[in-house]
Design a protein. Sequence first.
Length: 283
Amino acid sequence: MIQILPVITNKGGVGKTTTCVNLAAAFALAGRRTLIVDLDGQASASLTLGLKRSDLAVSSAQVIFGDVSVSEAAVQTKVPLLDLVPGSMDLASADLRLGRMADRVTRLRAALAPARKDYDLILLDCPPSASLLTINAVMAGDALIIPVVPSYLSIEGLISFGEMLRHIHSGVGRMAPVLGIAITRADMDKREVRMAAEVITQRYGARVFSTIIHPDPKLETAPLQGKTVFEVDASTPGALEYAALADEVIERITQLAEAVTRAKAKRAAEELTTPAPPAGQPA
Ligand SMILES: Nc1ncnc2c1ncn2[C@@H]1O[C@H](COP(=O)(O)OP(=O)(O)O)[C@@H](O)[C@H]1O
Ligand SMILES: [Mg+2]
């Protein structure tokens, strides 16, 4: 099942939190049980969902270290069907602690496993760093959503994140596929933004979501009110665009799940049609 979706890249300020929170709200409003796990020490996703700093006592850090379960840490948000495991400053020292553990890159995946039955989708709001926490998020993910604000530097950022993913893959041998690259906060009135968006689309082709998120002041001010954009104005362009992106994400998850099922069926058929080696010999 493709359920755990890290919203991830190693760059800051590219719309990870905005995308994570508003995509999750769109899923929940469409009737899907959704969880956000806030993995950022700044806890922006938690604050956007209306939590106060004083509410951030139990956080994703405790979940990663096995002190509490996801169901103990999760709080309901004001959006029906949307729960949150808050972030907190404890995440700032998580890397030091993780570094001393044998299962340092798979702890989050293991901790989230029991929550798969409670939610349809679990979105991870990731920190902007190449940390063990980020590697945990990559390892926990079933498919990655990578936001990018089109600019020359952001293209370089995508390339460097791709390299980071390759390193993780060669180091641990397992890698979630990229579900899609989401172009966000794209001011298409500016020529250089249009050009950068074009380069990204040419380079990454069908991996780029066709829904583009444009700048919308309501996306920027909603967090100040502790709200998702849907609670502020469900008909503002930013809300409609995130709802469209959510549909596209669901479409891709369905396609990816079908491709995985087909590949498994093909393997099973091959195993049945290939004569087994005589007993006692290696396959
Ligand atoms: N489409 C958008 N329109 C307007 N402001 C946006 C949009 N997307 C993000 N922002 C603003 O840009 C800033 C960075 O976005 P954020 O989601 O926090 O990025 P990240 O999590 O990658 O650091 C925030 O102030 C956010 O409100
Ligand atoms: Mg963020």
